[in-house]
Design a protein around this ligand. Structure first.
Ligand code: G4P
Length: 287
């Protein structure tokens, strides 16, 4: 697998996040609830350093709810606060200010003791492309406020969005680079649609998906594609799906590219139900 990523771009993006950190009380770090580890940035701990942080697992509507709870418990065990939300339907969004207040209660208590006036929390959203940063900013602002696009080179004056008088949010999110260099991480990012299919080979992503569904969600997988069983050999599975879905070329051969497209499209559009692609026990700091 060849993946292109540019350390120069990454360093610049991180520098831009770093420059804005001094203006905020708390960092709202967005991750994809289906891949909380793979959608994080390996350098995030170093950049955020000692800033308070709330991990927001977005797209919870697409993730396996039981596994979401496992992730939240995992973070809690590391003294990290995490919540699961859906930025499209606003599910659990009120928890963002509630948890932020909890995390910052000592800071605000100190300010109060010094006689300082009560003020809104200043926050900044960061996350890798496609994790839902603009959607969340727009939902919190209740208007089209966020800049679209993830161009790390765009610099602007700071602009704030008021969130119910309790929070001020930087209107430009910090863009983090995903950690492509690990093959499993790259595949998980690709299968959830976080990175473009043309970065990786379609067959690799689809075969990863077949393996994953076979091992983790066998019943739903069989039902969706009308598979009587799940043979060891993935090519047999692809052949069965191809035949059932009419992905054939002349001579009755299977058009595998079409099969790959169907599987990936259906995973990304909830047709196989709510899926989570990694669990805390699957990952170590190095993969
Ligand atoms: P970004 O700023 O971090 O790059 O992400 P952005 O908000 O652009 O969101 C990327 C895609 O993820 C969008 O879909 C958006 O609708 C979707 N999304 C964001 N939050 C959620 C969520 O909580 N649940 C679900 N299911 N989807 C979410 P898109 O297909 O790229 O665009 P569109 O067709 O929705 O316009």
């Amino acid at each position: 697998m060849t993946v292109q990523w540019f350390p120069g771009h990454m360093a610049k993006a991180l520098r831009q996040v770093d420059e804005k950190l001094k203006f905020v009380d708390i960092v709202l770090e967005l991750r994809d609830c289906r891949i909380p580890y793979s959608s994080s940035n390996p350098k995030v701990d170093t950049i955020i350093n000692k800033k308070p942080r709330l991990i927001i697992l977005n797209k919870a509507d697409m993730a396996d709810p039981r596994k979401t709870q496992e992730w939240i418990a995992y973070y809690k065990a590391q003294n990290l606060e995490a919540i699961a939300i859906d930025a499209v339907t606003n599910f659990n969004m009120n928890q963002i200010t509630i948890k932020s207040k909890e995390i910052l209660k000592d800071v605000f208590l100190k300010e109060q003791q010094k006689g300082l006036k009560e003020r809104p929390i200043k926050a900044m959203i960061i996350g890798i492309p496609n994790v839902g940063k603009s959607t969340l900013i727009n939902s919190l602002a209740k208007r089209k406020a966020a800049q679209t696009g993830d161009k790390p080179g765009v610099t602007k004056n700071l602009q704030w969005i008021n969130v119910r008088d309790e929070m001020m949010l930087l209107d430009t999110p910090g863009v983090l680079w995903p950690k492509f260099e690990d093959q499993k991480v790259g595949l998980r990012l690709a299968v959830t649609g976080a990175i473009k299919d043309n970065i990786l080979n379609l067959d690799e992503i689809a075969l990863y998906a077949v393996d994953f569904l076979k091992q983790n969600y066998p019943e739903g997988f069989k039902e969706r594609y009308k598979l009587s069983d799940l043979p060891e050999d993935n090519t047999e599975i692809l052949d069965m799906i191809g035949k059932n879905r009419g992905c054939l070329v002349s001579g009755g051969r299977i058009n595998y590219d079409k099969v790959y497209d169907i599987i990936l499209f259906e995973i990304r559009n909830d047709k196989l139900g709510r899926l989570t692609f990694e669990l805390p026990q699957d990952i170590t700091e190095n993969n």
